[in-house]
Design a protein. Structure first.
Length: 406
């Protein structure tokens, strides 16, 4: 037994990881997994799907490490309470990882969505995914992502690069862009023309809204599923925000969204089953049911995170420090009276394209706007929750003028 213990300690000594580092990587990896999973489905790409499953294994290993580190750090009852909060957040992250893996597995198992359904998803998703090839004469070829500031200049963030037969997932500011690279980027649908022109030098018209699906039940199911996707991703952002800013109202909103998605899941499944009687190829229908279940699983995970605050558990300072070191930061800001953004719509203020920050929710008094769009008007006194890069955060703070104290 002593020999086994020594061997275990030797293996652990080779893991120079802190709880803060583990939490930051778990958050970054699970968010990347969700983005890549939907990219795999939308672009029918098995390479991306395989990467998601590999990242799922990575998250499992990170979670094993965080449990070990947490157990070794726990000596007193007060420490045990802090650790229980960390482990609850980590377990919720694993649910998100599993949901992303289930989405990616659809492609590997041959359950593909029809192009009509994909077009609707790409157009109506809160944040969409676009694929653009870098031409030989591109102004960004030969430069790093950090040098060209794609995210803050266009509002689109590159999440993957295909280079001939190789892939670069979650590229950073030092990643060099080559001629012929295919960029996969995430952002608001309205930012696509600017991103496309910046990369290719060619102007692109704003995407036209796709036609409705002829089968009424299927069209309704897809509309609901798109809303479920948007709401589930929003619930995760709200859950992280509630813990970061110790905000009970935000945590409560994340929990309410989960209850709404639960009800929507059953309705989507009912509609899809009705459609099965009317079409011959029901492959897409199986995919829709799986996406509904995955969205529900993601929102469940968000609720579990929010429960840390709702159940009045202590939120360790290490969690807040970890959130400041993630790839995407979440920020909560007050809009000041003389702010440049006050009394303008998000589109007029060009928040997404000028800062690269995506506004996920707005609180006005006791009311929430959970799906703000380009036409959403921002008023003085509003509280906005947004996510993006640290560089974008600084730009958004200037627009709002006054950060909310954390």
């Amino acid at each position: 037994m002593k020999k086994l213990n020594n061997l275990y300690m030797l293996r652990f000594s080779e893991m120079p990881r802190t709880v803060k580092e583990l939490l930051a990587e778990i958050k970054d990896t699970t968010e990347l997994m969700v983005d890549l999973a939907y990219s795999a489905v939308f672009y029918d790409n098995e390479d991306i799907a395989e990467e998601v499953l590999q990242l799922e294994d990575r998250v499992s290993e990170l979670l094993r490490h965080i449990r070990i580190v947490s157990a070794l750090a726990c000596r007193r009852s007060e420490e045990a309470e802090k650790i229980s909060s960390i482990l609850q957040i980590a377990d919720a992250a694993q649910k998100i990882s599993n949901a992303a893996g289930d989405i990616a597995a659809l492609i590997l198992r041959g359950y593909k969505l029809s192009q009509d359904i994909v077009r609707l998803f790409l157009y109506h998703s809160e944040e969409t995914v676009v694929r653009v090839a870098v031409p030989d004469n591109s102004q960004i070829a030969g430069k790093t992502l950090g040098e060209v500031h794609l995210h803050t200049r266009t509002g689109m963030r590159v999440i993957a690069i295909r280079r001939e037969f190789n892939w670069i997932f979650n590229p950073d500011k030092d990643t060099l862009i080559h001629k012929g690279d295919v960029l996969f980027a995430r952002g608001d649908v309205t930012a696509i023309p600017k991103f496309y022109e910046f990369v290719t030098g060619v102007k692109k018209d704003v995407l036209q809204e796709p036609k409705e699906i002829e089968l009424r039940e299927l069209d309704t199911a897809v509309d609901m599923l798109i809303e479920m996707k948007n709401l589930s991703e929003l619930s995760v952002d709200l859950a992280y925000s509630s813990l970061l800013y110790n905000n009970f109202d935000v945590a409560l909103e994340a929990s309410r969204i989960e209850e709404k998605i639960d009800n929507m899941k059953f309705e989507v499944e009912r509609l899809v089953l009705d459609c099965a009687k009317k079409i011959e190829d029901f492959t897409s229908l199986i995919g829709l049911i799986e996406l509904a279940q995955s969205s529900e699983q993601i929102s469940d995970a968000a609720k579990e995170m929010a429960k840390v605050l709702l159940n009045k558990l202590e939120i360790p300072e290490v969690f807040k420090k970890a959130m400041r070191e993630t790839d995407d930061v979440v920020v909560m800001l007050n809009v000041k009276n003389n702010s440049p953004i006050a009394d303008k719509t998000l589109g007029e203020a060009k928040v997404e394209t000028s800062t690269g920050m995506h506004v996920v929710a707005v609180k006005r008094g006791a009311e929430w706007i959970t799906k703000p769009s380009a036409s959403t008007k921002i008023l003085a006194g509003d509280i906005i929750i947004a996510k993006g890069t640290r560089e974008g955060e600084e730009a958004l703070i200037k627009l709002c003028s006054r950060p909310l104290n954390s």
